[in-house]
Write a protein that binds this ligand. Sequence first.
Ligand code: HAM
Length: 437
Amino acid sequence: MNNTRISTQPYKGSRDFYPEDLRLRDYIFGIWREVCKSYGYEEYDGPFLESFELYAAKSGEELVNEQLYSFTDRGERKIAIRPEMTPTLARMVAAKYKALNFPIRWFSIPNLWRYEKPQRGRLREFFQLNVDVMGIDEISADFEVMCLAIDIMKRAGAKEGMFELRINNRKLMDEFYNFLGLTIEQKIEFSKVLDKKAKISPEDFNKILEEKVLLSENQIKDVNNLLSQPNTLLEQMLSQKSNGAKEVKELLKKVKDANLENFIKFDPTIVRGLAYYTGIVFEQFDLNPQNTRAMFGGGRYNDLVKIFADASVPATGFGMGDVTFMDFLTAWKLLPQNQDELDYMITRWPETNPEKATIYENLASEIAIKLRAKGKKVLVWLDNFSKLDKQLKFAERKNASMAVIFGENEIKDKTVIIKNLRTSTQEILLLEDFLKN
Ligand code: HAM
C-alpha cells in the first residue's frame, strides 16, 4: 500500500506556501509594491512561457546552457520557462515602443525557474522583483533604481551596516582590460574569474589568472593591487580617459551628495554573469556572515531592445529575489510577528435539539453578515456540538480579537456577550447596540 503513495514533497527546489508562509510572502510583496509605487513605477506582467530564442540571444552561457527549463511543445516550437524577466520586458517594450511615453518606469514580481542545485539563497522556483527604467541613458536613472532598492531595505527595517550595494561598470572593465593589453579571449576569461572571485580562494584566483587568462607574474601582482584598491584603479582609469570610470565617478558624486556613501561602494570585482549589460552594474550584499549571496543585482543594458526592433531604448534596472531577501530579514530578525487576522469569531451554543440549533445558527450568520458589511473580518463556528471552551481556544489560536457568545438567555434578553480574547474580559451588550458601533 505504502509503495503506491505519492510523495508529499514539492518538486525539488520549489516551495509550498502554507498560509503562514504566504503571509510573509505577501508582506515582502507589499513592501516591494509600496516602494515602487511611491517612486511612480507601474506594475506589468508577461507570460510564464517564452520562446527559447529569447534567452539564447543575450542571457549568457550559464543561464541558457545549464539553468533553462526548456521543452518542445506539440506544435514543435522550442519553448522555455522564464528564468528572468528582462528579455520579456525588452520584448514587450520593443513591440510597442512607438506608442510608449518614455522614459517608462515599470516593475513586476514574476515567479521564475532556474535549474540550479538548491542551496541557501538559491532555489529552482523563486520570485523576483524587477524594477526597470527604459528610454533614458543618464546616470540619474541608474542612481534612481539604486535609491529605490535602498528604500526597500529601509522600509523593511534594515539599517546602515546590514547591507551594502557594490557598483562597477562594464565599460570601465573593458577599458581596464585594454589598458592591460588583453585579447578578446583573455577578457572573457578575466570576466569569468572576476565573477567567481568572492567564492574562490586568492590562490585559485591567481592560478586561473595565470593559466586561463595567461597573465604574467607581474601582471597578476598589479591586477591584485588594483583590485584591492578600488580608488587607485578608478583614478588610474580616469587618467586614461576611460568613459566607464567617468560614469562611476559621476555616480559616486550623486551617492555622496545624497549621503549614501555608507550604502553604495565602488567594487571592481562586480561584473555580473548576464551577457546583456553595457554600463553600470551593481549587486547588493547582505553583511550578515550567514548570508553570502547577492540579494539583488542589476545594471544598464542599452542594447537589449535592439534584438527585437530597430529602436534605441537605453535601459537600466535590477532584479531582487524573495529567497535572499527573506534570508536577510530572518537573519536580522526583521520579520513581522503574526498580525491580527480576525476581528471576531461568532461562537455557536452547543445544542442537540435541531430547531433550537437552527435558531443559533441563523442568528450567528445574521450577526456575521452585519459585521462583515462594516468591513470586519469574521469567522463563524460551524457545528452545533462543540463545547464553548473548544471554540474559544480555536478563536485564540486563530488570533481573533473578540468572541461573540450567545445562548438561550441572551437570545431572550436580546443581548450578546463580547469576550475580549486578548484581556480575557467580557461584557454584555444589547445586540442592537453592539451592531450599531
Ligand atoms: P540575476 O543576478 O540573475 O539578475 O538575479 C537577480 C537576483 O535574483 C539575485 O540577486 C537573487 O536575489 C535572485 N535569484 C537569482 N537566481 C535565483 C535562484 N536560483 N534562487 C533564488 N533567487 C535567485 C537578473 O535576473 C536580471 N534579469 C535582473 C535585472 C533586471 N537586470 C536589469 N533588470
